[in-house]
Design a protein around this ligand. Structure first.
Ligand code: SF4
Length: 282
């Protein structure tokens, strides 16, 4: 099996509708400091191919419900460097051409497939956590620069592909200055923003604390003294999460961009958390 029901650890805080999850690669070379895949994928930052992926996908296809959208991907980046040569994500798109598909990526390479995506019921969510290159380099050392990702969003929007930006995760004091980013997203034609505050697990906390030693003690206090635990993740105090998400929402709505949050349980109204409302159901 290569396609699974999306189920983020059975979280009661998840507001996604039913959707499938397909990862064309195992692991991810983008090696984001805040990433949670290392908590369940051995050698998570060593990306590798999946053997016989397309054949296995074709075999599974008749068993899938064509009314359920497929997200590509949740536990690896479908447009990470391996894709340039191996084109596994592109091959999967061709097999899934009759499905609704949501791409989730930081790879500017996604613009290569703009023509294919424009002829499907597809949306593309590109994560940009900050426009500041130095901060992005510390947060996402293996990913393309924010400017390149912004450009990819613009190219896709110009081809008529619904575009979403994931400003995810937001870490207070590190990437919580939203105004300029949202303005650039609006100029690039982005239609929806999904956001979420950083929810560290032990390994992602260690990496973030090491990458931002000047913020370590302040964040430790926020997460581990004043914050709470939800399943295996630490959460910021509710008041801090609410302030951050409402501030970002205000900026988005002001620019005509819809807004949703991921696993925050703040009662914020949203057309969908992940931007799926932009992809036609039929
Ligand atoms: S791009 Fe996504 S899956 Fe890849 S390392 Fe970054 S957060 Fe993890």
């Amino acid at each position: 099996m290569v396609v699974y029901e999306f189920d983020p650890w059975g979280s009661e805080w998840c507001t996604c509708g039913r959707k499938y999850s397909l990862n064309p690669y195992t692991g991810c070379a983008h090696a984001c400091t805040y990433c949670y895949i290392t908590s369940y994928i051995p050698k998570g930052f060593q990306a590798r191919l999946k053997r016989g992926l397309v054949k296995r996908l074709r075999r599974q296809l008749p068993k899938l419900d064509p009314g359920v959208p497929v997200t590509i991907s949740n536990s690896s980046d479908p447009y990470q460097p391996l894709e340039r040569r191996h084109r596994q994500t592109l091959a999967c798109l061709r097999v899934l051409r009759d499905f609704r598909v949501m791409i989730v990526t930081k790879g500017a390479l996604v613009q290569r497939d703009a023509g294919v995506l424009a002829n499907m019921r597809a949306g593309v969510a590109v994560t940009i956590t900050t426009l500041d290159e130095l901060t992005a380099g510390r947060l996402e050392p293996g990913a393309p620069a924010p400017e390149e990702r912004l450009r990819a969003l613009q190219v896709l929007a110009e081809r008529g592909v619904p575009t979403i930006c994931r400003i995810d995760p937001v870490i207070p004091g590190i990437n919580d200055d939203f105004r300029e980013l949202v303005r650039e997203l609006a100029c690039a034609g982005v239609r929806h923003v999904t956001s979420s505050t950083f929810k560290p697990r032990p390994d992602s906390w260690r990496r973030v604390a090491a990458a931002f030693p000047e913020h370590r003690e302040r964040l430790r206090e926020l997460y581990f003294t004043r914050g709470t635990r939800v399943q295996n993740s630490r959460y910021l105090p509710e008041g801090v999460r609410r302030r951050l998400m409402l501030e970002l929402r205000r900026e988005c709505l002001r620019r005509g961009i819809t807004f949703g949050v991921c696993r925050e349980r703040l009662g914020i109204p949203m057309p969908s958390c992940d931007g799926m409302h932009l992809i036609p159901a039929a």
